[in-house]
Design a protein around this ligand. Structure first.
Ligand code: NAP
Length: 250
């Protein structure tokens, strides 16, 4: 039985995992870790730390010093640096690693998707004067500002670190949950292309459904490659793996 589980958090799934880990029997210590990218961090019901570890070596040191025996990587599918660090640190220290990675979205018949390995490739390939909905996060939006011919509706949770062109529209909000709301947004701004990372999951899917209903092209940024790891794609599969540790819990 592990006496210290470190949960790399920052996603809705990680929040669900934390809720279940909070029910661990006494004697099992749980720590959830956030990068600290957003200010309104949720209360996960378990002790929490905020901020980077200092690369794979820093994480390895933390794993050893804090006697971590199980590392759960429940970070976002595009948080590739953290996932790579987790794999390297787990290998270096011999700590067991479990990765929770939600399945990617897949196109359906009739969908008009183009796939890109990077945001930069997508930005370069957009047709002149396209009107794009950028649903890609605050860190990456700067990759589109070089295209002065574009109009962009950019939505993100925290303000971007770069100055956006005056004629763009910035919305500071989490994704809408209803396709009808996303359709209204896309129509209001006469959007011609949706640019999004293939995050997967239900919580930011409404925009995909909206694009589908409006027959809009989706420029999909494919997921980064991660080192192999023991991976599950759902909370229930993860909990199944963790069952031995729940023995004795209420
Ligand atoms: P990242 O690029 O993989 O991580 C950058 C650094 O942040 C890591 O090297 C690590 O620093 C620290 N870090 C990341 N996750 C951490 C955690 N759970 N606990 C402690 N430190 C952590 O990941 P990112 O910067 O978080 O995100 C990259 C992209 O993924 C974003 O641009 C965004 O598009 C997407 N993302 C989306 C969501 C969301 O929608 N909910 C959440 C997260 C990320 P050290 O090397 O110092 O340890």
């Amino acid at each position: 039985m592990p006496d210290h589980i470190l949960l790399l958090a920052g996603t809705f799934e990680a929040r669900q995992v934390a809720e279940r880990l909070a029910a661990m029997p006494p004697g099992v210590r749980v720590t959830a870790s956030f990068a600290g990218a957003v200010n309104d961090l949720p209360d996960l019901g378990v002790p929490t730390r905020v901020g980077g570890f200092g690369g794979p070596d820093g994480l390895g040191t933390y794993l050893k010093e804090e006697a971590v025996s199980l590392l759960i990587d429940a970070t976002h599918p595009f948080a590739a640096r953290m996932s790579r660090n987790a794999a390297a640190a787990a290998e270096a220290t011999g700590v067991r690693l479990l990765r929770l990675e939600r399945s990617p979205w897949r196109p359906e018949a009739g969908d008009d998707w183009r796939h890109f390995p990077t945001l930069d490739a997508a930005a370069c390939a957009l047709p002149p004067a396209a009107r794009v909905f950028l649903s890609i996060g605050r860190k990456d939006v700067g990759q589109f500002t070089q295209r002065s011919d574009l109009f962009a509706l950019a939505r993100m949770i925290e303000p971007p670190g770069v100055v956006l062109p005056d004629h763009w529209r910035l919305i500071l909000a989490r994704p809408a949950q209803a396709a009808a709301d996303e359709i209204e947004l896309l129509e209001t701004h006469r959007i011609s292309h949706l640019v999004t990372k293939n995050s997967g999951g239900a919580r930011s899917f409404a925009k995909i459904e909206a694009a589908r209903q409006l027959n809009l092209p989706v420029w999909m940024i494919d997921r980064p490659h991660l080192p192999p790891a023991d991976t599950v794609d759902s909370l229930s599969a993860l909990l199944h793996r963790l069952q031995p540790y729940f023995v004795g819990s209420a």
